[in-house]
Ligand binder design. Structure first.
Ligand SMILES: CC(C)(COP(=O)(O)OP(=O)(O)OC[C@H]1O[C@@H](n2cnc3c(N)ncnc32)[C@H](O)[C@@H]1OP(=O)(O)O)[C@@H](O)C(=O)NCCC(=O)NCCS
Length: 306
């Protein structure tokens, strides 16, 4: 039996204890599929089938359930497969999700730390994954807390027919890279390498806002401004709306406008040598922005920020 079956981590979040371990029987694999359906929207098309996850564990991949201690219930799932790019083996983290009632309590952060530990134990130093750049909570977790970087934008990655939450909106994704042993990542994980506030970027770093938003008084959602594609500043900022998922349900047309505007600026500047380096926010009203920096990957991985 492969050593992956012996992976067991105990973690705590929101006052509760959880065990993170692989599913140990076909039934537990089915259970994770059912869980994925609940997380990503009631459709088996949006789940990773058991006949993939069972061999995946055997063949060097990682499939982990997050089980609540006491009830034994699976409340979270993580799937990574090994990949081979540019002569190096790394992991691609395909999915990580928690049941809604377990989100926002630090559990995702703890599971990411387990993901890093498991990978390092196998000698893997890079994990990639994709996420929707308009999901603020994912952006904050990925960039600010975990220290990923990104320079690759994928347009309508999964098509429009997928995933309940973004029905009707094109599924753009950022491909992120998590360099597990870099200074940037280790300090972020330890809570040391902190993000800088919006005021700092606007005044000290002389950043240019290339996509702003203004409040639409009718529905209370943010409306994207006109994208600026001719900025030359070394640091640029891109506004992120606060609740994109709610916007999709409440004003689909506006959500589509956000998709197009953010796609335009992010793909434009990433293609021109900027790196997605952080998220910043205003300390008074919660305005959130991506921070893009025209700097080398080495500098950013050393933990430098503009
Ligand atoms: C993505 C996910 C795994 C994160 O797990 P989580 O337990 O909710 O994350 P955490 O509680 O550890 O929060 C991470 C950070 O994001 C912040 N955050 C969460 N929601 C936020 C929001 N709406 N706005 C701003 N920040 C937010 C948290 O405050 C925390 O940062 P902090 O510690 O500095 O305050 C979880 O939300 C989830 O399952 N989402 C649905 C599935 C999904 O999108 N998966 C990822 C793509 S495959």
């Amino acid at each position: 039996m492969s050593d992956v079956y012996s992976i067991t981590y105990y973690i705590r979040a929101g006052g509760k204890s959880f065990v993170v371990r692989p599913p140990l029987s076909p039934e537990e694999h089915y259970e994770l599929m059912d869980l994925e359906r609940k997380i990503w929207g009631n459709d088996y098309r949006d789940t990773v089938p058991y006949h993939i996850t069972i061999p995946l564990i055997d063949m060097g991949g990682v499939v982990l359930g997050v089980y609540e201690v006491g009830s034994g219930r699976a409340v979270g799932v993580l799937v990574m497969f090994p990949t081979y790019t540019d002569g190096e083996v790394h992991y691609h983290s395909h999915i990580l999700g928690l049941l809604k009632e377990y989100r926002g309590k630090g559990l995702g952060t703890e599971v990411k730390k387990v993901q890093r530990e498991v990978s390092l134990k196998r000698g893997i130093k890079l994990i990639t994954w994709t996420y929707d750049p308009l999901l603020l909570s994912n952006a904050w977790l990925n960039l600010v807390k975990m220290g990923v970087i990104s320079s690759q934008y994928r347009i309508n990655y999964y098509g429009t027919g997928s995933f309940e939450y973004n029905k009707g909106v094109e599924t753009d994704r950022l491909m992120v890279r998590w360099y597990l042993t870099s200074e940037r990542v280790t300090s972020r994980i330890e809570g040391k390498g902190l993000w800088k506030p919006l005021d700092y970027y606007l005044h000290d770093a002389e950043a240019t806002i290339v996509l702003e938003g203004s409040l639409d008084s009718k529905k209370g959602f943010l409306r994207p401004g006109k994208p600026n594609l001719i900025a030359r500043a070394p640091v640029i900022l891109v506004r992120i709306p606060k609740d994109f998922e709610r916007m999709i349900r409440g004003d689909l047309q506006l959500a589509k406008e956000w998709r197009l505007a953010s796609r335009l600026v992010l793909s434009h500047y990433l293609n021109r040598g900027y790196l997605l380096a952080d998220v910043t926010k205003d300390s008074v009203v919660a305005r959130y922005y991506y921070v893009l920096w025209r700097a080398s990957e080495e500098r950013v991985l050393r933990g430098e920020l503009p």
